[in-house]
Design a protein around this ligand. Sequence first.
Ligand SMILES: O=C(O)C(=O)C[C@H](O)[C@@H](O)CO
Length: 263
Amino acid sequence: MPAPHNPFKAAITSGKPQLGCWLGLADSYAAEISAGAGFDWLLIDAEHAPNDLRSIIRQLQVISAFDSHAVVRPTIGESWMIKQLLDAGAQTLLVPMVESAAQARDPVRAVTYPPHGIRGVGSALARASSFAAISDYLTTAQNEICLLVQVENNAGMEALDDILMVEGIDGVFIGPSDLAADMGFIGNAGAPEVEKTVLDAMRRIVAAGKAGGILTLNADMQKACLDIGATFVATEIDVTLFASAMRAEAARARKMLGDGRQE
Ligand SMILES: O=C(O)C(=O)C[C@H](O)[C@@H](O)CO
């Protein structure tokens, strides 16, 4: 019995666009709501959201009941983090802040069992192997792991062509917020200079035969990246949606009571 098929990897590496949403609420109850919404993929964020291994596992468990595919972003691409996330059942990882080919090769080794990699063998204990129920996990897991890296600063842009040549990297995600900051436009990912750099990079990613990805709330940028051939595009963030809706409703309710109501 082989490791579970990764339909997200199959789709994004065969040119089939997948639309996603960022999950930063770090809560399995909220993740279950998002999983039922109809996104192709959901990003469980352990870089900027208060996720730990247990909260990630809970979200993986609830999402597994739906068609949405879970993508997990570790805080950084450390091999011990990757080992834990893969054993926990994550099949697709998005490693942030990669800025060289050497840095891109590290997570490739971390997701690969020896002799070609350094992933520790612990499938007997792992949710990933259905606790050893998947008898051929060790020899089939590799093909169903999707490894994505983020290029999101000037150094990474410089090294992009080298990163794109690293075997074992399935896709490259452009991080517009961090890229904007490093380009001197912090808080302004919509600056023309930033958008031009993002789109140029996306063309290079697609031309290299890798899957291209991004998170952007800007509908024009979403369309532009999809038109270039990006295949994993996140269009919203759960925290943003929830917080803005709550603020708007509180303001509406206060207005209903008239302007005299003080904060
Ligand atoms: O740089 C970016 O943009 C990303 O990597 C996405 C952000 O980290 C995400 O938290 C939204 O701001």
